[in-house]
Design a protein around this ligand. Structure first.
Ligand code: 0L1
Ligand code: MG
Length: 254
């Protein structure tokens, strides 16, 4: 087993068993390329277990967060079938290390999208848009990680819930949204937080996935990124996002 495969195995086991692991690279020696190779190898293990690839998640899509992390680009992760949770369904708190939730916008693609595309080309590939929730769950102890470590850890992605699909003609540039937990407003924001325009996130997804040799496919979902800071979630809670014009998505935590 190569070092990349060994690190991928550690992360895969941590996600599978909801058991945190120590940082693998506290001195920040892993390159970004190695980090994505570890991510790819850990997702390959899931595919070997029968999961299918269903799309891409974008991370650090708010300019403020990017600057805070000293980044000049977004990061991305891979979505698999097992990560998609039923809308309005129940998730098991014990199946996560220490989960958080963020409100997102999701795109469904009707045709492949690869490389350097314009916003108009990206929009022309969109079948539908939906309000969504991403469950993020860093597999590292005490939620401490470097940038390569979080990339290797599939950009902390753990699950996602998609609300109703809407026509792609819906203007998504500045939709108000409210994240509530047990009916209490915990975050309010706008889809404009996503790189100033959510389509920029889809354009970045097309560029980064193609560069990795895995161009976006028809039928794939692209989670465009968190529109507000993430919130911790606990067993017993009901989590919901309501997005202007698009509807809502929710789940319970058992
Ligand atoms: O924006 C994202 O979805 C990436 C989150 C990765 C960092 C974290 O675990 O908060
Ligand atoms: Mg996210």
């Amino acid at each position: 087993m190569t070092r990349i495969e060994e690190l991928a195995r550690r992360l895969d086991d941590a996600a599978l068993n909801a058991c945190a692991i120590a940082q693998m690279d506290p001195e920040n020696r892993l390159s970004i390329e190695e980090a994505y190779a570890i991510q790819a190898a850990s997702i390959a293990r899931r595919i070997e277990r029968g999961e299918t690839r269903v799309g891409v998640k974008m991370g650090f899509t708010s300019r403020a967060k990017m600057l805070q992390m000293g980044l000049s680009d977004v990061i991305w992760g891979r979505l698999t079938s097992r990560m998609q949770l039923e809308e309005g369904g129940t998730i098991d708190f014990a199946s996560f290390v220490r989960p958080r939730v963020e409100p997102e916008l999701a795109f469904l693609l009707k045709r492949p999208l690869r490389g350097n595309v314009t916003a108009a080309e990206a929009l022309a590939a969109v079948e539908a848009v939906a309000p969504a929730l991403e469950i993020i769950d860093s597999r590292y102890q005490d939620f401490k990680f470097t940038l390569p470590e979080v990339i290797a850890d599939n950009a902390s992605s753990s699950g996602f819930v998609i609300g109703p699909w809407n026509a792609p003609s819906t203007d998504v540039v500045n939709l108000g949204l409210a994240l509530t937990i047990d009916g209490r407003l915990v975050q309010a924001g706008s889809t404009a937080a996503l790189l100033g325009h959510p389509l920029r996130s889809l354009v970045a997804a097309a560029r980064l996935s193609a560069a990795a040799g895995e161009p976006l496919q028809a039928g794939w979902i692209v989670m465009a990124g968190g529109a507000t800071p993430a919130e911790w979630i606990l067993a017993g809670q009901h989590v919901s996002v309501e997005m202007q014009h698009l509807g809502s998505a929710s789940f319970h935590v058992r």
